[in-house]
Design a protein around this ligand. Structure first.
Ligand code: IMP
Length: 424
């Protein structure tokens, strides 16, 4: 059994809860892209856990956790998260970090934040150095986990100096920073972490290939969302990794798999954090209602999430680029108490109706969503675990989305707890 579980919107679809829900049935949970920009919140027995880098599957003691080659690693964050779960579960021997993963260096974070503060250059990133780390990966000047644990200090210093030279120039002369760390200080910091990282480092692609060969169950945990994908997202307002299902292969090294189930996690409304187009955004009382009811504040940066209506155009597009096989609908309970619910069916762009997401970013300014309106429900759906116990209008809403998306909504989440799920 191979599952790829990912978000079909702009992230924050509630992936962590879903992954935690499924993790008990899997032997391996692997992350394949992104870094500490992700924020996965899980509640178990009313206790809150927030993960940025380590797969949330770690909370299940029978699961082996893999951080694949496609991830960019903030080493301090990685160690901090292992420590945080240390008293709950034992991470030793069941957490593996790819030797081929790239390291987020201190200068990546400086460059990320410097670029964001430059007028006209802001994407609204998380400031975690993600973009610059992937730039170096593509530019072939990245420092990888294997460099850190297998090279001598002298060899590592040479690499860091070569990678840092131009960036030092940029940080000082272009961004006007007066205090930046020396290459030596950076190497000192890395070497200080190397021994703590070493026990976790492995050729993780081999572990996963072997697991696949032995028919073990593997769950690929996506971070961010499909509309933030570097190829298929609302470019340039995207993250720098491949967040779609294809990324699970290149970011883990398991080879092409044609038997995977791709579970598209889809929130019952839409949110976006950071800049960029959001056609169904509601900067009004509706948006406030959703933010408050849904507690829509970023798990990584604490920023207010932008909120709006469900977008069928965007979700159908995500289903296509991911090959989504079934849908896990989350946060249905957040809509409890709404008088009327709207769903965007199509976009009207300069008078012309379309059912497809535009590639040209400038077109988004001219999008007028075409809405379908449905009556809401007054009753609470919070914590309901049986579809037939949902209010009739909530059932109609789910069935409408299902029909329009052309995929079965197999699961519906109605609360924080692991077991607050309707299975259909
Ligand atoms: P970066 O990934 O920090 O470079 O940020 C690029 C864009 O992706 C920004 O709009 C961020 O707000 C967004 N982003 C990154 N990670 C997440 C996430 O986990 N959830 C939602 N949005 C995210």
């Amino acid at each position: 059994m191979i599952y790829v579980i990912l978000g079909t919107q702009w992230g924050d679809e509630g992936k962590a809860k879903v992954i935690d829900y499924f993790a008990k049935d899997f032997d391996y949970v692997a992350r394949f892209q992104g870094g500490a920009n992700a924020g996965h919140t899980v509640y178990v027995d009313k206790k809150k856990f927030v993960f940025h880098l380590v797969p949330s599957g770690i909370l299940n003691p029978n699961v082996t956790v893999i951080i694949g080659n496609g991830v960019v690693i903030d080493l301090e964050e990685f160690l901090k998260e292992l420590e945080a779960v240390g008293c709950e579960v034992d991470a030793r021997g069941r957490v593996f970090l790819s030797s081929r993963a790239h390291v987020v260096m201190p200068y990546h974070k400086l460059l990320d934040r410097a670029k964001e503060s430059r007028v006209g250059q802001a994407i609204g990133t998380t400031g975690r150095g993600i973009g610059p780390a992937y730039v170096d990966k593509a530019d072939r000047t990245g420092i990888r986990v294997c460099d850190l644990v297998y090279l001598s200090r002298e060899q590592l210093t040479k690499k860091v100096e070569a990678a840092y030279e131009l960036k030092q120039y940029l940080l000082k002369n272009y961004y006007g920073m007066s205090e930046i760390p020396t290459a030596e200080a950076i190497v000192d910091q890395l070497c200080g972490l190397a021994d703590r990282i070493r026990p976790f480092v492995a050729d993780t692609e081999r572990i996963l290939q072997e697991a696949h060969k032995n028919r073990r169950n593997i769950l690929f945990e996506g971070a961010q969302g499909s509309l933030l994908d570097v190829d298929f997202g609302t470019y340039p307002y995207v993250t720098s990794s491949s967040t779609i299902s294809g990324g699970s292969l290149t970011g883990s090294g398991v080879g092409a798999i044609d038997t995977a189930s791709v579970i598209g996690i889809t929130k019952a409304y839409c949110t976006r954090v950071g800049n960029g187009p959001f056609p169904t955004e509601q900067e009004n009382e509706t948006g406030e209602f959703l933010r408050k009811q849904g507690n829509e504040f970023g798990a990584t940066t604490g920023r207010k999430r932008r909120c709006g209506w469900f977008d069928l155009v965007a979700t159908r597009y995500s289903i296509g680029v991911n090959g989504v096989t079934e849908i896990f609908l989350t946060k249905l309970d957040v809509l409890d108490g709404m008088e009327t619910i709207r769903v965007c069916k199509n976009y009207r762009i300069r008078g012309k109706e379309t059912d497809y997401l535009p590639s040209v970013i400038e077109d988004y300014e001219d999008i007028e969503p075409v809405y379908h309106e449905m009556p809401g429900w007054k009753e609470k759906t919070f914590g309901i675990r049986n579809f037939h116990l949902l209010p009739a209008n909530a059932r109609k809403y789910v069935e409408y989305l299902e029909l329009q998306l052309g995929r079965k909504i197999s699961y519906i989440s109605t609360g924080f707890e692991r077991e607050d799920v309707i299975v259909r």
